[in-house]
Design a protein around this ligand. Structure first.
Ligand code: FES
Length: 186
C-alpha cells in the first residue's frame, strides 16, 4: 500500500505535444517561400551585377567605317564615269573626267536624302523631292539650294586614291578650288 502511495506521489512529466502534421507542413512551406524569395533576390542581384560588369568591360562601341580609305589607282577609274561602288559603305561617289578626279558626298543638299546616279540620264537624282545634280555635283532642278559637297581626295604613298570623308568642300563657298578637293589628271 505504501508503495502504491509513493508511486502516486511522483509527478508525471508531461511531454510537449508534437506539432500536428498540418502545422509542420505550414512551417515548412513558409520556410521554403522565404528561401525561394532570398534565392530569387540573390540571383537577380547577381545577374544585375554581372550585366553592369559586362557593360563596363565590353562597352557598346559603334563600328563605323573609317573616314579615310583607299579606293584604288587612278587608272582603275574610267573617264566620264561615276563610280558608285563606295556609295553604300561610305556614302560617296568617285568621278573622273578628262582633267581631274573628285569625290562627291551622296547627301542631298535639300534635306539630306541619298540621291541616285542615273546613268541613262547622266545625272544624280534625289528620290525625296526630285532635286537633280549634274555629274559635277552642281544642282539644276528641284528644291536643292546648292551643289553636292566634295570630300577630300589625294594620292597615298602607294599611288592609290585616298578619300577622306571627314573633310568637305562647298562649291558656293569657293572651296572646290582647294587642291585637297580634287586630283589633277594629266
Ligand atoms: S532631300 Fe533631296 S530633294 Fe529633298
Amino acid at each position: 500500500m505504501a508503495k502504491d502511495e509513493q508511486e502516486q506521489a511522483e509527478p508525471v512529466e508531461e511531454k510537449p505535444a508534437k506539432p500536428s502534421r498540418k502545422e509542420t507542413k505550414e512551417v515548412t512551406r513558409r520556410q521554403f517561400n522565404w528561401l525561394a524569395l532570398a534565392w530569387t533576390f540573390f540571383a537577380a542581384s547577381t545577374a544585375a551585377g554581372l550585366t553592369a560588369m559586362g557593360r563596363f568591360m565590353f562597352p557598346n562601341v559603334l563600328t563605323e567605317p573609317p573616314s579615310t580609305f583607299k579606293v584604288g589607282f587612278p587608272s582603275d577609274f574610267a573617264v566620264g564615269v561615276v563610280d558608285t561602288r563606295f556609295k553604300e559603305k561610305f556614302r560617296v561617289w568617285v568621278v573622273r573626267n578628262e582633267t581631274e578626279m573628285y569625290s562627291l558626298l551622296a547627301i542631298c543638299t535639300h534635306l539630306g536624302c541619298t540621291p541616285n546616279w542615273l546613268e541613262a540620264e547622266n545625272k544624280f537624282k534625289c528620290p525625296c523631292h526630285g532635286s537633280g545634280f549634274y555629274m559635277s555635283g552642281i544642282n539644276f532642278e528641284g528644291p536643292a539650294p546648292r551643289p553636292l559637297e566634295r570630300v577630300a581626295i589625294s594620292l597615298a604613298e602607294d599611288g592609290q586614291v585616298l578619300i577622306d570623308i571627314g573633310r568637305t568642300f562647298k562649291q558656293e563657298a569657293g572651296q572646290w578650288s582647294d587642291p585637297a578637293s580634287f586630283l589633277p589628271m594629266a
